[in-house]
Design a binder for this molecule. Structure first.
Ligand SMILES: *Cc1c(COP(=O)(O)O)cnc(C)c1O
Length: 494
């Protein structure tokens, strides 16, 4: 299996190891496989008997053909170990009637980024060996909270890799700050900067583009790499849980072989929902895909009109992981629907004018598979409240956006096939707003909200978030944004 850029018509020539190491194609496009492998009905049925790590290894082996099955299985067994994913990697829980919650937050940071970030560092580590790279990869991350912690946990103690995370000192929540400051591991570093998230991100970009820095790293046996969500190594592992959800529906008798189910995904960067599309193209009987957004509803507009227009107001919502105006992974869907030439033209227009419109044929093809719905702040809170009161299911803010969107879709279309809703964060990750939605009252403080939510709902705080206040703080450094490069060099003792 070889890979190519979404923007290039040249034949595919990159191995999986190369694309995982490189991240982004040289022409600015994203890497895609030359063709999509498929699952026969028999193969899918055989997967039903397997554990999640085995399902994962079998799915990945279709794409990462330069990795042996034994390598993939060993990595998946470590990544999705029951000690890290308490209660299973991606359990499917019935919410009510034929609405199911696919809980993707049982991992070490209580959010769905773990599903990819627990496995991708291991794939990168092997990619370095496979491509003859002798240096150590130094991953730099700028974070507004969640991604940084998930990356730290994913790269922690992985061979041939080190990671350094920068976050804005006053730009993350108290819980997020504690999560990062108490990080453990022999190859991790965390540094707060005086400035906002953009300062942190720009600082990292400048360091990545600095030839002198690259030379200094090289002398010490390092090179820069990123943990970006557009890396194929993060996307491929996300296909697995859609395959797994189908197996679990079959195993529990909720679906018959080949019977369709729909999925509804709370979407930001379009990575998670694009993985559902790939699963469908590979033969998983997914019917319709519902793309759920919050007030930042750029994708809803795109799916309804064919025009993607980022010239609009940006809102801060209680589902912050979906507060996004550029959905990078949408480019991969454009490629599979319209081809590389049109994709390159659309991306060019987006860069120049912040807007593009796809042609009627492309829009029709997309709408056959996808519908867009968005949920405002009021309805998000109401959905958390109702879902808990009526069905005893506690949903986080992102999950609630999707539950509301799924309901709107069913009401509008009457489509009554089983609905799998991606639950992307533990309610405790956003305990503040969840507590407020459930009780109608403010918690005593952001940190207290966890205990208070636990008491009120009689549910347990997941292990990654319990006892945060009493953990040992390992990282206290705060630097000016102008000192970020210096901090990096100090870390590798250059
Ligand atoms: C990242 C994230 C999302 C959005 O996922 P995409 O792949 O970017 O669409 C949704 N919910 C949570 C909790 C997230 O962390």
């Amino acid at each position: 299996m070889f890979y190519k850029s979404t923007r290039s018509s040249e034949p595919a020539k990159f191995s999986a190891a190369q694309v995982i190491k490189q991240g982004l194609a040289e022409d600015g496009g994203l890497f895609v496989p030359a063709s999509l492998p498929t699952f026969s009905a028999d193969e899918l049925q055989a997967l039903c008997k397997d554990t999640y790590p085995v399902r994962a290894a079998k799915v990945l082996s279709k794409f990462l053909t330069d990795y042996t099955y034994e390598e993939l299985l060993a990595d998946c067994q470590e990544a999705y170990d029951e000690k890290s994913f308490v209660g299973g990697a991606a359990p499917l829980v019935n919410v009510h009637d034929n609405f199911y919650s696919l809980e993707l937050w049982h991992g070490p940071t209580a959010a769905f980024k773990d599903m990819a970030l627990q496995i991708m560092p291991r794939l990168l580590s092997r990619a370095l060996v496979k491509t003859g790279e002798e240096r150590t990869a130094l991953i730099l991350v700028a974070t507004s909270g969640d991604t940084g912690k998930a990356a730290l946990e994913g790269y922690r103690d992985v061979d041939r890799v080190k990671i350094m995370v920068f976050y804005p000192v006053d730009g993350v929540s108290h819980v997020q700050k504690l999560q990062m400051a108490t990080q453990t591991g022999s190859n991790v570093n965390v540094c707060a900067i005086r400035g906002n998230f953009d300062d942190a991100q720009n600082g990292v970009k400048v360091i990545f583009g600095d030839a002198e820095m690259a030379e200094k790293l090289n002398e010490k046996g390092y090179f820069f790499s990123s943990a970006n969500s557009i890396n194929w190594g993060r996307l491929a592992p996300q296909i697995v849980y859609y395959v797994s959800a189908y197996c679990d529906l079959l195993n529990s008798g909720k679906c018959k072989v080949g019977e369709n189910f729909n999925v509804c995904v709370p979407t930001g960067n379009f990575g998670n929902i694009f993985a559902a599309y790939l699963a469908k193209e590979m033969g998983v009987p997914i019917g319709h895909m519902i793309c759920a957004s919050n007030t930042n509803n750029i994708l809803t507009d795109f799916l309804r009109t064919g025009t993607y227009d980022r010239n609009r107001e940006f809102y801060l919502t209680m589902s912050p992981s979906m507060d996004i105006l550029i959905s990078s992974n949408l480019e991969r869907l454009l490629y599979f629907t319209a081809g590389s030439e049109k994709t390159a033209a659309y991306m060019d227009a987006l860069k120049k004018n912040g807007v593009y419109s796809v042609d009627a044929d492309t829009l029709e093809k997309i709408q056959k598979n996808f519908s867009g719905y968005f949920t405002n702040e009021d309805d998000t809170a109401k959905t958390i409240h109702e879902t808990y009161e009526k069905y005893g299911y506690l949903a986080d803010t992102h999950t609630a956006v999707a539950i509301h969107a799924a309901k709107a879709y069913v009401e509008e279309t009457g489509d009554s096939r089983p609905m799998v809703i991606d639950s992307t964060a533990s309610p405790y990750k956003f305990a503040n707003n969840v507590y407020r939605a459930v009780t109608g009252k403010d918690p005593s403080s952001e940190l207290e909200a966890l205990d208070e939510l636990s008491r009120v709902t009689n549910t347990e705080i997941p292990y990654p978030l319990s006892g945060l206040a009493t953990r040992k703080v390992n990282f206290e450094a705060v630097v000016d944004r102008t000192e970020m490069a210096k901090a990096v060099l100090e870390y590798i003792q250059a």
